[in-house]
Design a protein around this ligand. Structure first.
Ligand code: RRO
Length: 312
């Protein structure tokens, strides 16, 4: 039997898998189902100051090798998820939980951070700086100055374990610049990557974009994203302070994919499109496949191969 235990900061998990924010985490009922699955932890849908209906439908489509979405941040408001998380940790003191937060502008982050700081929440907060789908609002983390301003303001008030959700980067100079910036802050983790922003998928029968919002543009997830996710996790693991853990997200369809994200340096691995397509049984399937891969490679535990990617 292999041991799937992993940790981030002082938080302990008995399985490295979790849902990706946005999938199976809109309501308390969905969150409860993830908590009761083999997943090691769970994260809420990104909550905003006020509840949002999100973009018009259709706003998600499955694709041959993944998915496209332009949900537009539909959520029940951050207070709903904060209340859920506080109640969850009271009922499950040994099960860490992540709260995800998204602003529609820089000031929102500080306001929600103040509220979470003042609350009884003791888990991990993920500040989503990479939503690609709010019309007229660029992905924040592609703008280093705005990112620095948000983090400066945030950490003046926020003293609890915090991380940020990053978009994919595509140039080594971007990794250098973002890692330099992130290393200045008391981050507990980053989550890399959000979906590949602003892809386009077309229905061949009608020559029409598959989703309605933004002229059909949306975030791409699933197998299409895997090499980019691996590269982002690897690039940040090589550049970030060792005490900043990485949650690897993107492109998982098999246990081998989970293994490879860990090989690149991920401490936890989250499931987006695969969870959307297969539902909760994905956690048991991928756990079994990860165990089989570790056994085949002769590893008993996650620290034995975490970050151990070899290069030529
Ligand atoms: O709700 C969304 O449209 C969404 C968000 Br907030 C995000 O961070 N990533 C994504 O692919 N979709």
């Amino acid at each position: 039997m292999v041991n799937l235990h992993t940790s981030i900061g002082k938080f302990q998990f008995n399985n490295p898998l979790m849902n990706a924010s946005g999938v199976h985490c809109m309501t308390a009922a969905e969150l409860d189902e993830v908590a009761q699955s083999p997943a090691g932890t769970l994260v809420t849908k990104s909550g905003t100051l006020e509840a949002r209906a999100g973009n018009p439908e259709p706003r998600y489509a499955g694709l041959a090798l993944g998915s496209i979405n332009s949900m537009g941040l539909p959520n029940l408001g951050y207070q709903y998820y904060l209340d859920y998380a506080v109640a969850f940790q009271a009922a499950h003191p040994d099960q860490p939980i992540f709260l995800s937060i998204a602003g529609t502008g820089p000031a929102d982050y500080q306001q929600m951070a103040e509220a979470i700081q003042a609350s009884a929440f003791t888990g991990l907060t993920e500040f989503n700086l990479s939503c690609p789908n709010v019309p007229g609002k660029p992905q924040i983390a592609y703008d280093l100055d705005t990112t620095a301003r948000i983090l400066d303001d945030l950490f003046k008030v926020f003293k609890k374990p915090a991380g940020i959700k990053l978009p994919p980067f595509f140039d080594l100079a971007q990794f250098d610049a973002m890692a330099d910036l992130l290393n200045r802050y008391p981050l507990t983790f980053i989550n890399s990557i959000n979906s590949l922003g602003n892809g386009l998928a077309i229905d061949p029968a009608t020559d029409t974009a598959l989703i309605r919002p933004k002229g059909g543009f949306g975030g791409i997830g699933g197998a299409y994203a895997k090499p980019i996710a691996l590269a982002n996790v690897r690039a940040f693991r090589e550049r970030l302070r060792p005490d900043i853990a990485i949650i690897g997200t993107g492109g998982v369809t098999s246990g081998r994919d989970v293994y490879e994200l860990i090989l690149c340096g991920a401490s936890l691995v989250s499931l987006g499109t695969v969870l959307q397509k297969e539902g909760l049984p994905a956690f048991a399937r991928l756990t079994g496949e990860l165990e089989a891969e570790m056994t085949a490679k002769g590893y008993d535990a996650i620290p034995d191969f975490k970050g151990a990617l070899k290069t030529l």
